[in-house]
Design a protein around this ligand. Structure first.
Ligand code: GLA
Length: 387
């Protein structure tokens, strides 16, 4: 991860709180395929990336915990015995949410100080929130020797998001950020929460993200609504999760569903199949077929699950029209953020130029282009004990 960022965080911490005891790197994530399948106990195919959050920690010598958000130049001071969700608290809720969830599980959290900062563009769908949650739980686990396993830590991060941020997210983001493997994507079974790392050989192709730089309103509400539709279908089918449904079983209750809800459930069933096929295509080194599944996944996200938006659709449409782009789709929860594209090496420049110009002309806003590497999950950068 960016060494300048690490130095900035270390220096700022030193100025504010003295010596750093623990320094954690926690990455954001991309997702090749499998959207909204995670909370349906299905399959996803994400990877940690070389953009993330760096957090410095030490024990506090007072009763207070103090956190400093380097990028925003904002501080937050709180007492461990008085944690509640902060109204419009943005980053504060990820922090106190994680602390509260740790307190429910382990008793020995003591006052601490942190400074954090990162290079994940916010609202881009690259999971800056999971990256922050993971960095906090990972750092506190180290600082107070709590002996939490990585699997326990990601559940703490996820619960913080449910209970303090109000998004009933699945486990994909926290898992990918925590367990990422360099140069690999993780074929994750969200039921067993076990994954197989797949090395991706891009060879003549390159991974390119295009950020629409839009994030539409009520994203969290729309996310939770999608989850509720899935739960309704699950209860009608009397199964544990949509992972267990088939197109045939869904057809048997079609009359009890609106066309809209039927299509949403059908999307989840089909997306689960696509993710498994995608892993198979990587195994066979068939990047073209893999890319084609990405186009299909976008179509489902746009027309069946209805989580896309005109800006994302426009960029994917441009990609589809260009034979040098072998796969593209919207990525993440939806309604904005990035598209993920697989583009022939020699056409990356021309395609991104063409897409940027057309996007600006159509929507009057600039899109951003990111090149990311598949990277290692949450880890300690340095370990400098004060004792
Ligand atoms: C968000 C959530 C994830 C997942 C994706 C959609 O990123 O945090 O759990 O549901 O949306 O795939």
């Amino acid at each position: 991860m960016n060494p300048i960022l690490i130095e900035d965080i270390r220096k700022t911490f030193k100025k504010k709180f003295g010596k750093v005891s623990v320094l954690v790197n926690s990455p954001g994530r991309i997702n090749f395929i499998g959207e909204h399948t995670d909370y349906n106990e299905g399959f996803v195919f994400p990877a940690a990336i070389d953009k993330g959050i760096v957090t410095a920690f030490s024990k506090s010598t007072t009763r207070f915990c103090t956190a400093y958000a380097f990028d925003k130049n904002e501080s937050y001071k709180f007492l461990l015995e008085e944690i509640i969700p902060v109204k419009n608290g943005s980053w504060r809720n990820y922090l106190v949410g994680v602390v509260a969830e740790i307190q429910k599980k382990v008793k020995n959290v003591e006052p601490f100080n942190i400074v954090f900062g990162g290079d994940i563009p916010e609202g881009a769908g690259l999971s800056s929130s999971a990256s922050l949650e993971n960095s906090i739980v990972f750092g506190l686990n180290e600082l107070f020797k709590m002996n939490l396993s990585k699997s326990e830590m990601i559940l703490i991060s996820q619960k913080a998001e449910h209970n303090f941020v109000g998004v009933r997210c699945g486990i994909m983001d926290q898992y990918a950020s925590m367990f990422g493997v360099e140069n690999h994507a993780l074929f994750l079974d969200c039921r067993s929460q076990e994954s197989i790392p797949f090395k991706i050989h891009f060879e003549d192709y390159q991974l390119v993200l295009i950020n629409t730089n839009v994030s539409h309103n009520l994203v969290d509400a729309a996310y939770n609504e999608r989850r509720s539709v899935c739960e309704k279908v699950v209860s009608l089918l009397q199964i544990k999760a949509l992972r267990d449904a088939t197109e045939e079983s869904l057809m048997s209750i079609k009359e009890s569903l609106s066309e809209d809800d039927y299509q949403k459930a059908l999307y989840i069933i089909q997306e689960n199949i696509r993710v498994q096929k995608a892993a198979q295509m990587i195994r066979e080194n068939n990047l073209i077929a893999f890319g084609n599944l990405l186009f299909q996944a976008h179509d489902g996200a746009q027309n069946q699950f209805k989580i896309s938006c005109p800006e994302l659709d426009f960029l994917v449409e441009l990609a589809k029209e260009d034979s040098n782009v072998i796969g593209a789709r919207m990525m993440g929860g939806g309604f904005g953020g990035c598209t993920i594209n697989i583009i022939a090496n020699n056409s990356v420049k021309s395609f991104t130029k063409k897409a940027s110009e057309a996007y600006l002309k159509k929507f009057g806003i600039e899109c951003s282009i990111y090149f990311v590497k598949l990277s290692k999950g949450t880890h300690l950068t340095h370990r400098i004990y004060q004792e």
